[in-house]
Design a protein around this ligand. Structure first.
Ligand code: GDP
Length: 366
């Protein structure tokens, strides 16, 4: 096929894969004005859908932002901070200011300390080499926090362009759709003036006469657990309403399995109540530490699911990480799944998670 460019966003048109940038059904190729499916949906239904780029393509694409002055909005999923973090962003985006936005705040238990969560996000971003101007928590789905974020965007952008970046599944399309919904003049949400000479696939949403908000395609991130499981498994691990904490009183030498995707061993310490924050529909199994390996071997993919027997083949094996914890109220974070709060400290635990999706610890948010 000769190179055809989408007149909406500038991406190269292809007719093979719906989930990839630039898709257009071949039956629509003879139209006078050719726009990709993503731009088509935006134009006719005022709705964006995410398409995904691999890391390499994304890096090439995003490096274009470095030469353009503007504000960057980086969206992460607060349940998958590390997994949904795009590590090379700072290097590739030059000196543009960055606002870090944590999405899906509606899923947190009411007792969550929002300020602690913001501090943790800021510190984690900084540990990963990204300096951010400010941190916001929103629910793109429910609308929480949007007023505050929108006014911050106006303040920080100083009449310049805005680029929204995020890895797949963080809720970027939901966020953009909400912005479009809230703003007026929606009908020209896409323009034909893409960056000349580049194929970016950015969707251009005018903010005023001189500047625009650009939706960039999502990045597939290999540290995301969603990368390794099926769509139906993803439904099980993704919370769909406010999380109800589940409490387990454990003695030392007891183990919890989170489905079959993570494992928590209480190796040593005084009996205490561990509080689990995972999707309400994700099952947790308690067993003796000495039986834990056997249980996994016999029941992974059935009693311990997700994964299912099919997706089990593509799941990396669980990697163990043993930590001695002195402080009280520490969270062990399992990216993409949730976390377990250890109330009393003075314990040794082993956290197991799929290789490539490492666990981390933080001061408890609750
Ligand atoms: P994208 O791949 O980043 O564009 O993500 P989507 O906008 O398609 O959202 C991914 C998933 O997260 C979908 O199942 C959404 O319904 C869900 N989602 C997005 N925003 C929110 C939110 O604020 N709260 C909750 N609970 N779910 C959300």
């Amino acid at each position: 096929m000769e190179d055809i460019i989408c007149q909406g966003c500038g991406v190269q048109i292809q007719t093979d894969d719906q989930s990839q940038p630039g898709f257009l059904p071949s039956s629509a190729l003879n139209k006078e004005v050719i726009i990709c499916k993503r731009c088509f949906r935006l134009k006719h239904y005022n709705e964006v859908q995410d398409v995904s780029y691999t890391d390499d393509d994304f890096l090439k694409m995003i490096s274009q932002i470095r030469d353009n002055k503007g504000l960057i909005i980086k969206i992460v999923d607060i349940f998958d901070f590390n997994g949904s973090f795009i590590k090379s962003l700072q290097r590739l985006t030059g000196n543009n200011p960055i606002l870090l936005v944590g999405n899906k705040v509606d899923l947190l238990p009411k007792s969550t300390n929002i300020n602690k969560l913001k501090q943790w996000m800021k510190k984690s971003a900084s540990d990963l080499g990204l300096t951010v101007q400010d941190v916001f928590l929103i629910s793109a789905a429910k609308g929480n926090g949007m007023d505050e974020l929108e006014s911050a965007i106006e303040d920080y952008r100083k009449r310049k362009d805005v680029y929204v970046v995020g890895s797949t599944n963080v809720g970027k399309s939901t966020f953009i759709n909400r912005l479009i919904d809230r703003s007026t003049g929606v009908s020209d949400a896409i323009t034909t003036s893409y960056f000349p000479g580049t194929t970016l696939g950015f969707i251009d949403i005018p903010l005023d006469d001189k500047s625009s908000l650009y939706d960039t395609p999502g990045v597939i991130n290999r540290n995301q657990i969603s990368h390794y499981i099926s769509d139906s498994d993803l439904k099980v691990i993704t919370p769909n309403k406010e999380i109800k904490p589940r409490v387990y009183q454990l003695n030392e030498k007891q183990t919890l399995y989170i489905g079959g995707l993570a494992r928590f061993d209480f190796v040593k310490g005084e009996k205490q109540s561990f509080v689990c924050y995972f999707a309400n529909q994700l099952s947790i199994h308690r067993t003796k530490l000495e039986n834990a390996d056997q249980l996994y071997e016999n029941h992974i993919g059935e009693l311990l699911s997700p994964p299912n027997p099919e997706t089990l083949k593509q799941l990396p094996s669980l990697k163990a990480h043993t930590i001695r914890i002195k402080e009280k109220k520490i969270d062990i974070v399992f990216p993409g799944l949730g976390w377990i709060t250890i109330p009393n400290g003075e314990v040794t635990i082993t956290a197991h998670s799929p290789e490539g999706v490492p666990t981390s610890i933080r001061t408890s948010l609750i």
